[in-house]
Design a protein around this ligand. Sequence first.
Ligand SMILES: Cc1cc2nc3c(=O)[nH]c(=O)nc-3n(C[C@H](O)[C@H](O)[C@H](O)COP(=O)(O)OP(=O)(O)OC[C@H]3O[C@@H](n4cnc5c(N)ncnc54)[C@H](O)[C@@H]3O)c2cc1C
Length: 463
Amino acid sequence: MSAAADVVVLGAGPAGLGAAYRAAGAGHRVVVLERGSAPGGMAGSFEVAGLRVDLGSHRLHPGIEPRVLADLRALLGEELQRRPRNGRIHLDGRWIAFPLRPVDLVRRLPPGFAVGAARDAFLAPFRRPRADTFAEKLRAGLGPTLCERFYFPYAHKLWGVAPEALSGEQARRRVRADSPAKLVRRVARGVRGGASADFWYPRSGFGAISERLAEAAADAGAELRFGALARRVRLGSGGVRVDVAGAEPVRGARLWSTVPLPALARMSEPAPAPDVLAAADALDFRAMVLVYTVLPVRRWTPFDAHYLPDPSTPVSRVSEPRNYRDGDDPPDRTVLCAEVPCSVGDELWRCDDEGLTELVVAALASRGLPDVAPVATVVRRLPSVYPVYRIGFEHALEALDAWAAAHPRLLTFGRQGLFVHDNSHHALAMAWAAADALRPGGGFDDEAWAASRRRFATHVVED
Ligand SMILES: Cc1cc2nc3c(=O)[nH]c(=O)nc-3n(C[C@H](O)[C@H](O)[C@H](O)COP(=O)(O)OP(=O)(O)OC[C@H]3O[C@@H](n4cnc5c(N)ncnc54)[C@H](O)[C@@H]3O)c2cc1C
């Protein structure tokens, strides 16, 4: 197979764009294929009623690698703002500040909750997980009060699976404060104005990060093709070929894929062995419907996000994009973004705009919040949002990963490429690491990449 590009990148989310920007900047010929019409993937932005909105609540965590942050600051300049967090969680009928703050906890936490959590913290040294499940790991670490009243109902809502049926890995990769000591440290960090108390955010929406990366990649010589759906991937020993819907095939020396790993296996030639295809079918993603309601007021509340763990509503979080930034948003309207986790094809996924608007209005009623009377609704549906780590998922993931690793011309990374829960700053760290491992002559440093993969395995999601 003759190579037109040194690297063909599948997907123009943060991972694909970051890799294209860095590899093209190092002098490699890069082609990016993205099925969507704009950069950003799940971390993109678009306009609703003249306001830029994200695909659910997005913030750039200050735990980002310093060198990646330095590059983003150089690309975004003053547009990248450091902002204080200002969210709330609805717990037992009360609003608790999130990130947690000691004074607020003392004042607002329902007494029964506080007493239960304190007793659980005291008894923590005597609890041990009886199995490696999400439920057991957190019950042993945090105790029944926090689990039954917050983590378990929220987990069920987000991932659509009982916490007892989720692997312990889901807790390790998703819950940073998984013991009373870590919880206390986290609250203390917030008091000192540390890492969990603020975040980075572009004044024109989170998607600006990907948009600037796309521009920088193009300036460095990368070719970015939007509306380019990869349908089939031919993995040869001397190069790769990608068949694109309605266009000429694209050839390259290497394929860097950030699309969902199971989908990549299904579209690859030669076809993976039946057990690998079965592994691809065993891994599933939770979907999400995003409901944007337009309100004819400047600001609904001063808070950036409201978290709704209780099972009385399928809505998991409602964010108000204008509160994430000090930007140029219109003075006479605001937009709320409600996140509704679901499964592709289920009742929530199929619900029409009117039904979804009613659902959001009902979710926010009777919680001590200002009335929500939308003048318009816009809905977006995302099929692959959260990887679901059911018990035993590790075997399927290992089989797929081993299949991918056996192809010397193929690299998979990014949130969906590795089937991980990671934040954008993790996806960007992977992109930088991939480009670093690409040698000037086109060779690839497998050892450096293996070391990076070990580092990625320690990523824990930031909420
Ligand atoms: C509700 C929600 C809230 C989040 N909040 C945060 C947050 O606060 N902070 C944070 O850092 N992260 C957050 N994230 C995570 C963040 O969105 C991801 O980490 C990030 O988007 C991962 O980037 P990626 O490039 O790996 O993947 P993606 O953004 O998923 O990009 C993959 C790209 O591949 C494209 N693609 C797929 N199949 C094909 C194909 N066959 N052909 C061509 N293109 C294809 C897709 O269209 C997509 O553009 C959140 C995610 C969600 C869903």
